[in-house]
Design a protein around this ligand. Sequence first.
Ligand code: FES
Length: 108
Amino acid sequence: MAYENICPHLGGPVCQGQILPLTLEAVDPATKASEGRIFSKEQTNIVCPWHGWEFDLRTGRHVANRRMRLHPVDVRVADGEVYVTLPRRPGPTMPVIAAAPDQPRPAA
Ligand code: FES
């Protein structure tokens, strides 16, 4: 999976953001008291450096507003090469965010 390097908020360079596991708050089911923060083992997010919007790397969706998302681009691997197809748009072409870390990488 790859995405255009354009944050849907205000167009920030989301590829320059940190990649972090989703942060959760552990809650005691009986008392509902916080037991502190923990990191998800299932979800990794990328954080846009301009205003901190977070997106799930696997889906491109914003963590809180599922209607907001990074725009996916087609990725194809053939003969050990990775091909990324960008949409045709007026204006300069933006670079692409690298594939999610759990994606297999072709041999060099
Ligand atoms: S431009 Fe990305 S969070 Fe605002």
